[in-house]
Design a protein around this ligand. Structure first.
Ligand code: MSP
Length: 655
């Protein structure tokens, strides 16, 4: 375990992935940044110098395409999108120290220098690229990887494009053995273990040299000395981690900051990019590898994949506003509750599901009942019987000591869990202490002791609980910075919370007798679950109207449109807009979920013929499987089903 308090020149450097700005942030992206923020805040509380770096990945083809479809220049487009991300992060209490934009000159210089260095050392060469490219994932794929003309990444599955260009390549294959040796010799380099195993299998399957440029398309960093080519967005983006650390611009900063201590990324970009291409690039540059790269899981929503196109992406600020409106809590408290939920609900590294009922459950039980109540029932007693002034406890009270001994043990356990990025377990440890203090309250029943106004026992019980809350406030601060401040204010402690170190959390007696506490106010008002729950917040619509994109006949041919006959139709429980259909497709009957319940009664649909997109990737919508989508005209927001002119056999193709 790391020591409690560290004073050194070495910077604790933590990074997240940098964000594609062709889209707006959702809770999946936010959960990664919140995790990094918690670690950064915790390390600062332990006295470390911290650099928490994040930023925006702006030189992507998809960014140029969205800008073009909006009729503005890519630069105007990215300039308008960066504040959308940075403002969201600020609202979510994510406090980063640097925000790199890959269009900045400081980053461009690093990318150009790195490219030139690798060209000089022979790791970059020119050749013909023939293969597929997925614009959505900004990834090159070989023929054998592409499935039915679609991106093989299960999170993407969009159509890939054929590319045949004279490009530059990075000699990734030359690093295959060195990468495997490094991973073997440094067991802590990649986590979690099961994802590390995926990396090893991926590398062992054989690494091909990586295409690292594209024919210039008017956006991106040009290849030094060859302006007909631009540098591939991933080669460019990965280097952001060096830019922030001061590589080639600030020798001293770089020496203090690099290697990065923790790099957090999602599972979709862990294997191919962060655990393979990135370390190989660093090896080629002769730069030390990061200490830890961690690949976390993905968030789904109400059991289904989350995506803008699916219309269910949860916007972090909107869901915080909804939670505040539902509960009556302050917005900043609701933000902290979302932070708590995202890190408590799943074991970091695994996939998690965001559901309104799950969120309300955690809010009511962990926050309102457990933590909120601990303070809510103690402070009013203190005000009623001791004028709100912290009393002096009896020394050597056996029952009080049973609680106080838990505090250093809990602080150590939380530290141990945070060192291993086990956020949920760290919170569970803190809540173990919350639970113990609540149990102590019930055992001691201070409301009964209150009859004997001078009771030393009452003094001890009130002190013990409030002193435990003081320690809890310090421990939850990395997770819930506003809530901890509110608690601190109610405790009335003069010394600012910001000056408290992690060691202060584990030392008994920080709350001084005689302290005048603040007014008791419930922080987490319970949510009345009988009221209508919030619906997942839709992602805000893009600002500009999109131009209609043209597709080729070949692209159209990839759609498998067929006639289906509805055999059964039922409402999806708990979803106002959804119907669950079974559709006869000629050769099989398949489930299709359709968002038409507002306009069609289930019983009117049975026996009708409809047009189905038969080769749409299966999805789970509100827990119900859907294999296909029906077509309907959109008349000012009302769905009108498309039906064949006369009855045709189910399964007939529509061309
Ligand atoms: N621009 C690249 C990263 C370049 S890093 C040198 C990128 N950007 S992203 O905006 O698409 O994703 C940012 C981060 O959010 C990634 O780590 C990604 O894995 C993560 N997530 C995207 N969707 C997610 C969920 N549904 N759930 C959790 N994290 C998710 O990839």
């Amino acid at each position: 375990m790391r020591t409690e308090f560290i004073v050194s020149d070495e910077v604790f450097y933590i990074t997240t992935a940098i964000y594609y700005v062709n889209d707006v942030p959702h809770i999946g992206n936010a959960s990664e940044a919140i995790a990094a923020d918690v670690v950064a805040r915790y390390e600062r509380a332990r006295g470390r110098k911290v650099i928490f770096g994040t930023g925006t990945d702006e030189n992507a083809i998809k960014v140029a395409e969205v800008a073009a479809s909006s009729g503005i220049s890519p630069q105007q487009y990215v300039d308008s999108m960066v504040p959308v991300w940075s403002d969201t992060w600020r609202a979510m209490h994510i406090q980063c120290d640097d925000w790199v934009r890959t269009t900045e000159p400081r980053h461009r210089r690093v990318v150009e220098a790195a490219f030139s260095k690798m060209l000089e050392n022979g790791d970059i060469y020119k050749d013909l690229y023939k293969g597929w490219y997925c614009v959505s994932d900004e990834t090159f794929f070989r023929e054998s990887e592409v499935v039915d003309g679609l991106c093989p990444n299960p999170e993407c599955r969009k159509a890939v494009r054929w590319v045949e260009e004279e490009n530059y390549f990075f000699r990734l294959s030359a690093y295959q053995d060195r990468l495997l040796e490094y991973i073997e010799a440094n067991p802590g380099f990649l986590a979690p273990e099961f994802r590390k195993n995926e990396v090893v299998s991926f590398i062992k399957a054989g690494l091909r040299d990586a295409c690292i440029t594209r024919k210039a398309y008017g956006w991106g960093i040009p290849v030094p000395g060859d302006p007909d080519q631009v540098i591939y967005v991933w080669f460019d983006a990965l280097l952001n981690y060096l830019t922030i650390a001061g590589y080639l611009s600030d020798e001293r900063k770089f020496a203090e900051t690099w290697p990065a201590d923790v790099q957090l990324v999602g599972k979709d970009i862990f294997v191919r990019f962060h655990s393979t291409l990135w370390p190989a690039m660093l090896m080629s540059l002769g730069v030390e590898l990061p200490r830890l790269i961690h690949g976390h899981g993905f968030w789904t929503v109400e059991g289904g994949k989350m995506g803008k196109s699916l219309g269910n992406a949860i916007a972090p600020v909107k869901v915080s506003e909804d939670l505040a409106a539902m509960s009556g809590a302050d917005f900043d408290v609701a933000v902290d509750a979302i932070r708590y939920f995202l890190l408590r609900e799943v074991s970091f590294g695994l996939d998690g599901d965001f559901s309104t009922s799950g969120l309300i459950g955690r809010f009511n039980s962990d926050l309102a009942n457990d933590l909120g109540n601990l303070l809510n029932r103690t402070l009013p007693l203190l005000h009623r019987h001791r004028d709100g002034v912290v009393p002096t406890p009896s020394p050597d009270d056996h029952d009080s000591r049973a609680v106080s001994v838990m505090i250093p043990a809990t602080a150590a356990e939380v530290a141990r869990r945070l060192d291993q990025l086990q956020f949920s377990d760290a919170l569970a440890a803190i809540w173990g202490l919350v639970g113990r203090a609540n149990k102590y309250m019930e055992e001691q029943a201070p409301w009964r002791l209150a009859n004997e106004e001078s009771s030393a026992k009452l003094d001890t019980v009130l002190y013990t609980v409030l002193e435990t809350v003081r320690s809890i406030a310090i421990m939850i601060r990395p997770f819930m910075p506003t809530v901890s401040e509110v608690i601190w204010k109610q405790l009335g402690i003069e010394k600012p919370l910001a000056d408290q170190t992690w060691a202060d959390a584990s030392t008994w007696g920080g709350l001084k007798p005689g302290t005048k506490t603040g007014a008791p106010e419930p922080i987490f008002p319970r949510i009345d679950t009988k009221r209508k729950p919030i619906e997942p917040a839709p992602t805000p619509a893009p600002k500009e109207e999109k131009k209609v994109e043209q597709i080729s006949f070949d692209e159209f041919k990839r759609l498998d449109l067929r006639i289906g006959k509805i055999v059964t139709a039922d409402r999806v429980p708990g979803a106002d807009k959804l119907l669950q259909l079974t559709v006869d497709m000629g050769t099989e009957t398949r489930p299709v979920v359709a968002g038409i319940a507002q306009w069609y009664a289930a019983e009117d649909l049975v026996g009708r013929e409809i047009v189905v997109v038969a080769n749409l990737a299966p999805a789970v919508i509100r827990g119900v499987e859907s294999r296909g989508m029906l077509l309907a005209a959109d008349e000012n927001g009302t769905a009108i089903l498309i039906q064949p002119d006369k009855e045709v056999p189910p399964g007939s193709a529509v061309r």
